[in-house]
Design a binder for this molecule. Structure first.
Ligand SMILES: Cc1ncc(COP(=O)(O)O)c(C=O)c1O
Ligand SMILES: [Zn+2]
Length: 415
């Protein structure tokens, strides 16, 4: 039996007669423009090796959909059903991801001299991070395409999400993580029944180990941006912001960037909303935040480059930001340039301070990556990139609870 208000997707049932169908049409290469069919598994562009992105019949959407429709739908990312790539509703595997709170941060805002500061609280997602968005969509789509075994290199949170959604879908998952990944990530991956491989090094070494495995022909590579549908799940962060702000986007978005899928996804969402005629005016300035110990995008941005260089010896407590070279770095940088945004790096010391500070000011336990975004915000206010009247959104991409080892009281504040 369904509880009143509970969605049948959450309950695991089919909604065949209730939800409208996806308007997904094809995939297009983000670099050379080559088109690829949607009905078979796809990875990267067969012509140039770059990322493929999903396209939709937006004219059809314009005719049959109104943006006001969404407010009547369920509180998960599947409310944007037409603009997601899963064709058959019965293939959707959901744990209730998305439609996360947009929290006004009045006390932190006041301290920083900002009138309209908001936190998009992604720690509320299943498996405690925004990774659930991309993985729910990608796993559902993999299931739909008949894939049975999946693998990915991960900094931790994506691996946890992959393991959980693979369990939900009955797929076999293999996750390659750095040996020093936060302990909760390692345990959750095992707990959800995935096969885990602990690798010496960072996520790039994990990708290498995965590609050199003699089992690689038996699984499908779910690496972010080498698989086209995680991006679609992450893009819903952009749809939600638009809807939560009454279809008027904020002035600045501050986003902790590793592989950059969330930032690229939001930028894609804003473009789609523009084409649909559902938003008007200027789009937000996008800000990439990285750690000083691993800041390839910041370095490339400062040099006005189109692509980044591999960051040697990457190290930071913000494990999700330890990505020495993002596969789709050209798309991250393009969004930063197009939006008149910027890229900022912060020290581990500063982000740990902000993690504690934000918890006591706002009652939000930031993950270190989200705390890095707060540290960057403070810097950008000081440098006047952000003004008092700007409407600013900081992404807390995950729950601080996943980093128990970092939740330590300040000296002299009890044990
Ligand atoms: C909590 C957290 N924040 C941010 C990131 C970076 O995300 P993206 O790959 O979308 O840049 C990660 C990636 O692992 C993460 O786990
Ligand atoms: Zn191409």
């Amino acid at each position: 039996m369904l509880l009143r208000g509970a969605s049948s997707i959450l309950a695991g049932g089919s909604r065949k007669n209730f939800l409208p169908k996806s308007l997904f049409t094809q995939l297009r290469c983000s670099a050379c423009g080559e088109i690829f069919p949607a009905h078979v598994p796809q990875t990267v562009c067969a012509a140039c090796g770059k990322a493929l992105v999903a396209e939709y019949d937006l004219d059809g959407a314009k005719r049959q959909l109104s943006r006001d429709e969404f407010s009547k739908r369920e509180g998960s990312l599947w409310r944007y059903r037409e603009l997601l790539p899963v064709m058959d509703d019965s293939m959707i595997r959901s744990l209730g991801e998305g439609w996360t709170p947009l929290l006004a941060a009045r006390r932190l805002g006041k301290e920083l001299g900002l009138r309209s500061l908001f936190i998009k609280e992604e720690g509320c997602n299943p498996t405690g991070s925004f990774k659930a968005r991309g993985i729910s969509v990608a796993v559902s789509r993999a299931l739909e395409l008949g894939i049975r075994e999946i693998a990915m290199p991960s900094a931790g949170n994506a691996g946890g999400a992959l393991a959980a959604y693979a369990a939900r879908a009955g797929l076999k998952a293999h996750v390659f993580v750095p040996r020093d990944t936060p302990v909760v990530n390692i345990r959750e991956i095992r707990f959800y029944g995935a096969e885990i491989y602990l690798i010496d090094g960072d996520i790039s070494d994990c990708a290498k180990a995965m590609n050199q495995s003699d089992r690689r022909s038996s699984w499908f590579d779910m690496s972010t941006m080498k698989e086209p549908y995680r991006l679609e799940g992450k893009k819903t962060m952009g749809f939600e912001l638009a809807e939560q702000f009454g279809w008027e986007l904020p002035d600045v978005i501050i986003y902790p960037t590793g592989g950059g899928t969330g930032l690229i996804g939001m930028w894609k969402a804003f473009r789609e909303l523009e084409q649909l005629g559902w938003i008007k005016g200027k789009k937000p300035r996008m800000v990439t935040v990285q750690a000083e110990g691993c800041a390839p995008i910041v370095r490339a941005f400062k040099a006005r480059k189109k692509e980044s260089q591999f960051w040697e010896g990457a190290q930071t407590v913000a494990s999700g930001l330890r990505v020495p070279k993002a596969f789709a770095d050209h798309l991250i940088l393009e969004a930063l340039y197009d939006s008149a945004g910027c890229a900022v790096s912060v020290s581990d010391e500063n982000l740990l301070l902000e993690m504690r500070r934000a918890a006591s000011l706002e009652g939000i336990l930031f993950c270190p990556e989200g705390a890095a975004a707060v540290a960057a915000l403070r810097q950008l206010v000081r440098e006047r990139f952000i003004a008092a009247e700007d409407r600013v959104v900081v992404y807390n991409t995950g729950s601080g609870y996943k980093y128990a080892e970092l939740i330590v009281p300040a000296a002299g504040n009890g044990g």
